[in-house]
Design a protein around this ligand. Structure first.
Ligand SMILES: [Zn+2]
Length: 65
């Protein structure tokens, strides 16, 4: 995957199953039903990554979301 700051941490064969944002350590998981198709899984991870917001301070004690 070529997306900056997104790193795949778990593979199921050739399908990316989970990834993490290198900047804020946020985890992204691919829904089970998408794990059959590599392109769909990649697309899903990329979308989640694009939509999340990096926290400026990763070690904040209370996170209100
Ligand atoms: Zn992030």
């Amino acid at each position: 995957m070529a997306t900056r700051n997104l790193r795949v941490v778990k593979w199921l064969g050739t399908v990316p199953a989970a990834a993490v944002c290198m900047q804020c350590d946020r985890n992204f998981k691919v829904p089970l039903e998408l794990l059959k198709r590599t392109s769909a899984a990649q697309e899903n991870l990329r979308k989640q990554f694009m939509e999340h917001q990096c926290k400026p301070e990763p070690e904040r004690p209370d996170v209100s979301r």
